[in-house]
Design a protein around this ligand. Sequence first.
Ligand code: GNR
Ligand code: NI
Length: 178
Amino acid sequence: MAIKKILTAPDPLLKTISKPVEKVDDEIRKLMDDMLETMYDAPGIGLAAVQVGVPLRVIVMDISWNKEDGIKEPKYFVNPVISNKSKDLSTYEEGCLSVPDQYAEIERPEKCVINYLDYDGKEKQEEVEGLFATCIQHEMDHLEGILFIDHLSKLKKNLIVKKLVKSKKQSSKERIVA
Ligand code: GNR
Ligand code: NI
């Protein structure tokens, strides 16, 4: 397994629409293993392949691993499709590994159904809610080239993007000095 570099906004690759996976083979499983290790290291609760520079419809998630029991519950989603979004909405303070140190409240459907292929390429269907539903919708946005800041007003979004550009410039200067 290997930890990969996570791309950050405004990297243009984050805006690409990811392509469906043709077959869940060992190469895809290796990608999922690397993504999971990268996600735990970051640390985060979800990661889409495009965030590590691979524009394929692959997501890894583990919303449980911060809990005291320390038991990890990794989940893998290939070619996920969302349906039956509830009319009821819920609001979470979202963050994103590709939008470092920035957080904002985002409203999304409280519940939804997802169809996907699992780690073994088996078809699965699940009804999800709460943080799980929020996170999978955040990850599925990545597959369409959408970031959580795209759900904010232009003003708020521009402010965040400016901050990101500034801190990227600053850290590249620090690398030259060091
Ligand atoms: O680690 C993450 N936390 C998070 C919190 C609230 C809503 C969504 C997320 S996903 C994020 C990791 C990430 O950027 N995934 O794409
Ligand atoms: Ni994200």
